[in-house]
Design a protein around this ligand. Structure first.
Ligand SMILES: Nc1nc2c(ncn2[C@@H]2O[C@H](COP(=O)(O)OP(=O)(O)OP(=O)(O)O)[C@@H](O)[C@H]2O)c(=O)[nH]1
Ligand SMILES: [Zn+2]
Length: 205
């Protein structure tokens, strides 16, 4: 693996002033980011999120998915807890990239679900890998986590790297009429842990 820490700076946001840490993956050319808030004690579990890039949801306010809502809620939860981290991983479109995601959306506009669309384009449903988080977690000094996610793959990935997931904190926010089917497919075909009950609530850390 070829992840190198490059630099840190402040990142003021509506939820608080985070520290932003930049990393370079010389193998893929990807630039990953970690946000941290507060001072970490190595022995206590830290509230955090691993978030995969979604330009459409995170930056362009798309209602096709829940990504932007999850990111904002995670930042808010961290601010309320007074400490926490977000690893923002540049693996757009579950690893297929932005342009292929737009191709997949085109197929979804014609009736395919999110998994079928990937498969019709010749991709697996989820191409993401998480090994870049090992040096990122080491750099920010966190090894015990309360992980905000509904995705069991993220929990398993962390555990397989020797990181301790003390608790999974559900993050079910942002359901709307445009992403209802997408969220259903995530739950039935991608294994996401979602309950109807949580859809409308923001999950508090
Ligand atoms: N290929 C594809 N990617 C999508 C689609 N909708 C969203 N994505 C991508 O799916 C990824 C979602 O990542 P995360 O927000 O980390 O979440 P997750 O794996 O759903 O798990 P959670 O932690 O429960 O949110 C992002 O990379 C999005 O760009 C889609 O219809 N097709
Ligand atoms: Zn998204």
């Amino acid at each position: 693996m070829s992840i190198k820490f490059i630099a840190s700076s402040k990142l003021p946001t509506p939820w608080g002033v985070f520290e932003m840490h930049g990393f370079e993956d010389s193998e893929t050319g990807k630039e990953h980011v970690a946000l941290t808030l507060g001072a970490f004690d190595a022995n206590s579990p830290i509230l955090g999120r691993i978030h995969s890039e979604c330009l459409t949801g995170d930056a362009l306010f798309s209602l096709r998915c829940d990504c932007g809502f999850q990111l904002q809620t995670a930042m808010q939860n961290i601010a309320e807890a007074g400490q926490g981290f977000i690893l923002y991983l540049r693996q757009e479109g579950r690893g297929i990239g932005l342009l292929n995601k737009i191709r997949a959306y085109e197929l979804q506009d014609e009736g395919a679900n999110t998994v079928e669309a990937n498969e019709r384009l010749g991709f697996a449903a989820d191409l993401r890998k998480y090994d870049m988080i090992i040096p990122m977690m080491e750099q920010i000094g966190v090894s015990k986590v309360r992980l905000m996610t509904n995705n069991p793959r993220k929990v398993k990935a962390m555990q397989s790297f020797g990181l301790e997931v003390v608790e999974r904190v559900p993050l079910q926010v942002g359901k709307n009429r445009y992403n209802e089917d997408y969220l259903k497919t995530k739950s039935t075909e991608l294994g996401h842990m979602m309950s109807e009950h949580h859809f409308t609530e923001s999950s508090k850390g």
